[in-house]
Design a protein around this ligand. Structure first.
Ligand SMILES: Cc1cc2nc3c(=O)[nH]c(=O)nc-3n(C[C@H](O)[C@H](O)[C@H](O)COP(=O)(O)OP(=O)(O)OC[C@H]3O[C@@H](n4cnc5c(N)ncnc54)[C@H](O)[C@@H]3O)c2cc1C
Length: 473
């Protein structure tokens, strides 16, 4: 049996690790990824503020795969032929290689759609991003330039958030703005900076998951109140329910719910782009293009979800996929950011000018890892002649998120959030859609320690060092 995994990120690499354990004797596992490295994205926030060296957030994949008996192919998947069970891969020298499979996992993560917002991103020389090691390193350099300007006495406006009305990953951007605040305070420069939080979330603390609540000493506290309090304390100006529509050197054009479209000048900006699916072409046996059958228009792969159009109040927990398997091919899966969510989790809003401002569903590292593990177990089931039996709906899955607010274990802090499940299930939990005995919200130095520990624990686990199986996703 040949198992082919496209992508070596949170979903693909986790699946590869588990498969090497589950079916090492019965299957040949091949991983295709353009870069011979795994990136621990959560710590890119610290790279982007200059508090962690870029070399500390990634490691080489090839030696890990060699140790586990996995074949690694450095290349970029381009064409998937599910009838023929092959994938065509573009190699770095420009030639192609066709790889046959019995089981396929698409775990190619996001295409960073900077082009979706005219003028956005490092290529245009305007805004920064922290979505790769290179981007975070460039963001650090641009930020430090602003720091030098402040040291010379110049006031700077730093804008952080998302760069498209339908972007996701607001949690990472939130972490970045809080780390900038912390770093500027440590440098004694906070009074020289205007920090602006520009987001498509309908409310502060929504994070694309329709917000969070927790019970504290008998009353319910909300993520909205917590984030609002943090912004008030830190004097960060929030611009909520706003979508960036264009960027020019030094100027962001946006449309915002409840007000007329406007512009905002900036000296430094870090805006996360919209995510789309990695552009893979799917072809049938006769060579015809079946990409539309296999993916949604946003490029993410269709799996066992309910994609029928519904109003927000009709969304159901069971709309979300359980197996992450293609409805057309029972040997093809998609996990992590590569799978198409059935619909948003947050409520969208419309501006006066008619722009839909919609925070789209995050598929965080933890969720992506759980999906990768689930697919690995389901493929192992199928190889053993059983029906896939492992479920990981986002409407059943817990999520723990720690947003650091300063890297130091002495004076850093973090907002820790636990939600169970990620997507609200009002049939199971009629009041809040979540298990309020398990949901939690906290701010404190303990989270900063945990975030540092997670970095080291996962860098250990993901290099398949002894005992890696003991560390959960
Ligand atoms: C700055 C930042 C901070 C974050 N912080 C957190 C956090 O604190 N906690 C958390 O849970 N999540 C966090 N996330 C989110 C987390 O990183 C993502 O959810 C996770 O990376 C998604 O995993 P994935 O496997 O789907 O995609 P990725 O991890 O992006 O992996 C995709 C893989 O596919 C490869 N690939 C791309 N194109 C092709 C192709 N054509 N063929 C083959 N391979 C291809 C890529 O090279 C990569 O190996 C953060 C994200 C960012 C950007």
């Amino acid at each position: 049996m040949n198992i082919l995994i496209l992508g070596a990120g949170f979903a693909g690499h986790t699946a590869a690790l588990h498969l090497s354990h589950l079916v090492r004797d019965t299957a040949q596992i091949t991983v295709v990824a353009p870069n011979n490295r795994f990136t621990w994205f959560p710590s890119l926030i610290w790279v982007g503020t200059g508090t962690m060296a870029p070399e500390r957030v990634h490691f080489e994949l090839a030696p890990v795969y060699e140790k586990l008996g996995i074949t690694y192919v450095g290349g970029r998947a381009e064409i998937v032929a599910p009838d023929d069970r092959t994938v065509t891969v573009r190699l770095p020298n420009g030639s192609t290689q066709t790889i046959a499979y019995d089981f396929l996992l698409n775990a190619t993560g996001p295409y960073l759609n900077f082009e979706g917002t005219p003028g956005l991103g490092p290529k245009c020389g305007t805004t920064q991003s922290v979505c790769s090691v290179e981007h975070a390193t460039a963001a650090r350099d641009a930020y430090l330039e602003s720091v030098r300007a402040m040291e010379r006495g110049q006031r700077q406006r730093l804008v952080v958030g998302v760069g498209h009305p339908a972007a996701t990953c607001e949690g990472a951007a939130f972490e970045y703005v809080m780390n900038l605040d912390w770093d500027l305070r440590n440098r004694g420069l906070r009074d020289k900076a205007d920090l602006v939080w520009l987001t498509n979330e309908p409310d502060p603390g929504d994070f694309g998951v329709d917000g969070v609540e927790a019970k504290k000493r008998g009353s319910v506290v909300t993520g909205k109140a917590l984030v609002q309090m943090l912004f008030d304390e830190s004097k960060i100006k929030p611009m909520i329910a706003a979508g960036v529509t264009k960027v020019e050197q030094g100027t962001i054009t946006y449309d915002q719910v409840g007000v007329d479209p406007g512009t905002l000048d900036y000296d430094f900006a870090m805006l996360i782009p919209q995510f789309r699916g990695i552009p893979l072409k799917y072809v049938a046996h006769d060579g015809s293009d079946i990409t539309e059958k296999m993916t949604l228009p946003n490029g993410f792969m269709r799996v066992d979800a309910d994609y029928s159009a519904k109003a927000y109040d009709e969304y159901r927990a069971h709309d979300w996929p359980a197996l992450y398997r293609s409805p057309s091919y029972d040997n093809v899966y998609a996990a992590g950011i590569a799978f198409a969510p059935p619909h948003p989790i947050s409520r969208g809003k419309k501006t006066n000018a008619g722009t839909v401002i919609q925070a789209t569903p995050p598929r965080t590292g933890m969720a992506s890892g759980i999906m990768g593990r689930t697919v690995a177990y389901n493929i192992a089931d199928q190889i053993a002649g059983r029906e896939p039996s492992h479920h990981a709906r986002m409407s059943e899955m817990p999520a723990a998120c720690i947003a650091s607010m300063g890297k130091s274990i002495w004076n850093g802090s973090a907002a820790s959030i636990i939600m169970v499940p990620v997507v609200r299930d009002f049939e199971k939990y009629p009041e809040y859609g979540r298990d309020m005995d398990l949901c939690d919200l906290d701010v404190g130095i303990g989270g900063a320690w945990t975030k540092r520990l997670l970095h080291d624990a996962f860098m250990w686990k993901l290099q398949a060092k002894p005992g890696w199986q003991m560390i959960p996703e």
